[in-house]
Design a binder for this molecule. Structure first.
Ligand code: SAH
Length: 213
């Protein structure tokens, strides 16, 4: 599959749409403008790739809406070289955004089919995460902790304690919390024991699931 002028044009428009909804971080906007989102989706959906919408990616999962990806990434407030843990690799689109911003990315996916597909696909586009892991994101990745930031891309019924514990002091956890719909929530680790919590409105995600199927 190719990245044509037509795709690039549609991507510019998408970037403008995302900006018009309130995203101001120019690095985040430039990542949206750069990454060929249509290549992350099954061919049948290519025409929809540059609408600001979520779409199915197989295994009952979805690629998040670009605005949501941008919103979560903006909240992470990452610097080049930061060590970031992502829960829910899915299509790898959010992973690519994090790589594009210069993060060292560790990403966990619990669906084997998606893990295999995305592990092959991302390097083909030149996006090299530090590690893609098949496993349960509820546990985080204790052997690589602490992280500058953790981003959860599925709706979490509860905030996993392990994830809070795996943040550096000054680190940020961005997590949509709730069952049917979710409140985007940011936890900033101020000291070893103290976390500052901020909420950022309602979003809708596929659920963060506990047991492997
Ligand atoms: N970041 C992805 C969004 C995919 S949707 C993208 O940009 O495409 C959320 C993903 O979280 C799904 O792929 C789902 O399989 C995964 N997921 C759900 N529960 C999980 C868990 N406990 N650990 C890791 N991944 C999980």
């Amino acid at each position: 599959m190719k990245d044509t002028f037509k795709h690039k044009g549609m991507r510019k428009q998408l970037t403008q749409v995302v900006a018009s909804k309130g995203i101001t971080d120019t690095d985040v906007l430039s990542a949206i403008d750069t990454i060929p989102r249509h290549l992350f989706m099954d061919s049948g959906f290519v025409d929809h790739a540059y609408q600001d919408k979520a779409f199915p990616i197989g295994a009952d999962q979805t690629i998040s809406q670009p605005y949501t990806v941008a919103f979560q990434t903006e909240l992470l407030n990452l610097k080049k070289g930061d060590k970031i843990l992502e829960i829910g690799t899915g299509s790898g689109y959010q992973t690519a955004v994090l790589c594009e911003l210069g993060a060292k990315v560790y990403s966990i996916e619990r669906q084997l089919e998606l893990f295999k597909k995305t592990s092959k696909f991302l390097p083909k586009l030149g996006y090299r995460a530090k590690k893609l892991i098949f496993g349960d994101g509820y546990k985080g990745l204790v052997e690589e902790a602490p992280f500058d930031g953790i981003i959860v891309t599925a709706g979490a019924p509860i905030v996993p304690k392990q994830l809070l514990n795996q943040l550096k002091i000054g680190g940020r956890l961005v997590i949509p919390v709730g069952k049917d719909s979710q409140i985007m929530t940011l936890y900033l680790r101020e000291t070893e024991k103290k976390f500052k919590k901020q909420e950022f409105g309602e979003f809708r995600f596929v659920p963060l699931l506990e047991d492997k199927n």
